[in-house]
Design a protein around this ligand. Structure first.
Ligand code: H79
Length: 426
């Protein structure tokens, strides 16, 4: 079981992923050709020669980037607890002032400013945790990086590690304050020894920095699921789903396949109910602007998160309830079962939950709710919560059932406990 041993990560539940690099300049299109892959893979997908791709530095001038406004929004409006930023993606371009390689935002772009430093400053100001995505194996700009020219046959990965990867990881962990996560990705052919070295390097510089699942060779401190893949069952330990709002990580001007705020709220609660964190991505444009669709979606999601955070942050997985409700989902803490209600209801019914309920309230304003515990005519236990009149037509709210027992007591489907009883009080 994965255990970060860090309570903040277990409690965090909702984070912001930011994918930003030179690929934002192309925004999904190169010389009139559109990529049908994730936009940050455009160099690989459309076989753009290294020398051609490198010229994009001249067009990277994000005058509208506002790290302060973004972090403030993520914290206050969206309710997110941590940010993971692409310090260097597979393209090999560093979004910070790297002394290791000139291929970086400060040295080679007309913009000339350190993006990571701006984020650091804003995160400190708003009390936001900051982590870095760092592509430790793939580097399409370096002959010794994986997938350079899509050809791994002549590379010397050892040389790459020593020349680029280790020194850049060292920079990121010594020049930018407390880093909460190192988010490694696509370990490719990394050997256990190489993963171990990278792990040890991170820990020697910042022992509290959590290492993502994709350092390779099972050495991550938490489990990272597949991109946009959600485990179908609750999962013990610490884990995270990295996910997108549309079908790309880096900005793609042609991708309009946005999920609705409602879908995102459900995905968040679903992931939380199974015990995981949701690391949800935005891909800023080359101008520095955040796509307006992303902002609109996250503002609405954030309204739910801020109103119902008690039923999100610090929750644990709910185990496997007897039934799959079509109108809601559970999250829980000790002595509290939260119910996120996604469809209008007059009554909330919970069949085969054996707990003694000691109270019920609406999470957003703590107002008390009426409830009853009954035995159905089949002899099953039923908890019923009355929905207040003004909520009859509403959806997307959260209630809490307080229980005498710390954990939910789901009862099996097969057996009624008191046969022939007819709606008598339990
Ligand atoms: O950073 C994001 C992705 O760029 C990265 N992980 C997330 C968080 C990622 N790296 N690799 N992959 C995801 C797997 C990608 C596979 C594909 Fe392809 C890239 C499928 C299509 C483009 C490689 C090239 C395999 C087929 C074509």
């Amino acid at each position: 079981m994965h255990d970060t041993k860090q309570q903040w990560f277990k409690d965090a539940k909702f984070g912001l992923f930011i994918h930003w690099g030179l690929y934002a300049v192309l925004a999904g299109e190169y010389k009139g050709k559109r990529t049908e892959r994730i936009a940050e893979w455009i160099m690989n997908d459309l076989d753009i020669p290294v020398e051609e791709y490198r010229k994009l530095v001249g067009q990277f001038c994000p005058s509208k980037f506002d790290a302060d406004a973004l972090v403030k929004r993520a914290k206050e409006q969206w309710g997110m607890r941590y940010i993971v930023f692409t310090a260097k993606h597979h393209e090999g371009f560093a979004m910070y002032d790297s002394k290791v390689s000139d291929y970086n935002v400060v040295k080679e772009t007309p913009y000339g400013q350190d993006i990571v430093r701006q984020l650091r400053k804003a995160c400190d100001k708003y009390g936001m945790r900051l982590g870095f995505y760092y592509s430790q194996a793939q580097d399409w700009n370096d002959p010794d990086g994986y997938m350079y020219g899509k050809d791994n046959s002549r590379k010397n990965y050892r040389a790459y590690l020593e020349r680029i990867c280790f020194p850049q990881v060292r920079e990121l962990l010594t020049e930018y304050g407390e880093i909460s996560i190192m988010w490694f990705d696509t370990p490719m052919g990394t050997t256990p020894e190489e993963s171990r070295e990278l792990y040890e390097l991170v820990k020697s510089l910042q022992p509290n920095c959590i290492i993502s699942g994709r350092i390779g060779n099972d050495m991550g401190e938490y489990l990272t699921t597949g991109d946009n893949f959600i485990p179908s069952l609750p999962y013990e330990g610490d884990w995270e789903v990295p996910a997108t709002l549309n079908d790309t990580w880096g900005y793609n001007q042609y991708d309009h396949n946005w999920k609705s705020p409602e879908e995102i709220i459900r995905l968040l609660v679903k992931i939380n109910s199974r015990g995981g964190n949701y690391l949800l991505n935005i891909g800023p444009k080359a101008s520095g602007e955040i796509p307006e669709e992303s902002i609109a979606i996250l503002d609405e999601v954030g309204a739910y998160v801020n109103a119902n955070g008690e039923g999100i942050f610090g929750t644990k997985h709910v185990g496997i309830y007897t039934y799959d409700l079509d109108w809601g989902m559970f999250t829980r803490k000790d002595y509290k079962l939260y119910v996120h209600v996604f469809k209008p209801r007059i009554r909330l019914e919970f069949l085969n939950i054996g707990n003694k309920v000691t109270g019920a309230y609406l999470v957003s304003d703590k107002s008390e709710l009426e409830y009853e515990t009954c035995i159905t005519c089949d002899g099953f236990r039923m908890i019923e919560v009355k929905v207040p009149k003004e909520y009859h037509g509403r959806k997307n709210y959260c209630i809490c059932l307080e229980t005498e027992e710390a954990e939910p007591m789901y009862q099996p489907i097969e057996k009624g406990t008191i046969p022939k009883a007819f709606w008598s009080r339990a």
